[in-house]
Design a protein around this ligand. Structure first.
Ligand code: BTN
Length: 232
């Protein structure tokens, strides 16, 4: 796989999208030391300063998604990413917040953005390894993994391989067992925002189809999308 490296870009996600737009046929990765306009789900700003994090996007041209398995793709990527991070930081109790975020002690330390465009798949990964100086407006929810960023190159390479593997293996849902083990939400009360609606309940599990199963008034409801806004 071709890996393009940059010092500073606006967003590796946009580079990957342009790459697909230009009808490139081979998969490729775009890795940046920093981003001036990194973004996550719902277009939210993803703070990406130099020397403290890992930011990359991978472009998979002509990606044929298996429709019935679509909800498994992001959990599979997230599981593989967190497995790599836990290998480098075994002391840290990194957890998955359904569906695409990685948390450490109630704070988000990494995010994954899965998008489709021009018949291709784009997977963006942003990790705050040693980022302390978050902008005021996200300080209450953003965290970091460690004080130092060591083995940066090695970790990035392993992450690229892990994401690549997830793009092939997501259909076989054995990884969901590991996803549940690493879940931060199972057994917790949460608020789930679905457009203008909000559901509150106890998270029973994340099922083998990647859906969040919430108990409200002793009834189980499963959700394939939505944003968990509160965890108790
Ligand atoms: C999220 O928090 O919702 C996902 C965050 C994804 C951020 C990564 S950093 C590399 C890539 N480039 C971007 O602009 N976004 C993704």
């Amino acid at each position: 796989m071709q890996v393009y490296q940059y010092d500073q870009v606006e967003s590796t996600q946009d580079l990957a999208k342009d790459y697909l737009k230009n009808k490139n046929k081979k998969k490729a990765a775009f890795v940046a030391q920093s981003q001036t306009n990194g973004y996550g789900k719902r277009g939210r700003f993803f703070y990406s300063p130099a020397q403290t994090g890992i930011y990359f996007s991978m472009a998979f041209p002509n990606f044929e998604i298996v429709r019935e398995k679509i909800n498994l793709l992001t959990p599979c990527i997230a599981t593989n990413v967190v497995d790599v991070l836990r290998k480098f930081y075994p002391q840290k109790d990194l957890r998955l917040k359904w569906v695409n975020d990685i948390y450490l002690k109630n704070k988000k330390v990494a995010g994954i953005l899965t998008e489709y465009e021009n018949s291709g798949l784009i997977i963006g990964v942003g990790i705050n390894i040693a980022t302390h100086d978050f902008p005021e407006q996200i300080r209450f929810k953003a965290g970091y993994i460690s004080d130092t960023l060591f083995e940066h190159k090695k970790m990035t390479n392993e992450l690229l391989q892990a994401v690549d593997l997830a793009s092939k293996n997501y259909g076989q849902n054995q990884f969901m067992e590991q996803y549940r083990k690493l879940s931060w939400l199972i057994g917790k009360r949460v608020n789930l925002k679905l457009g203008k609606k909000e559901v509150t309940g106890l998270v029973k599990t994340i099922d083998d189809a990647g859906k969040l199963v919430i108990l409200t008034n002793n009834e189980a409801h499963s959700f394939s999308s939505g944003e968990v806004t509160k965890v108790e």
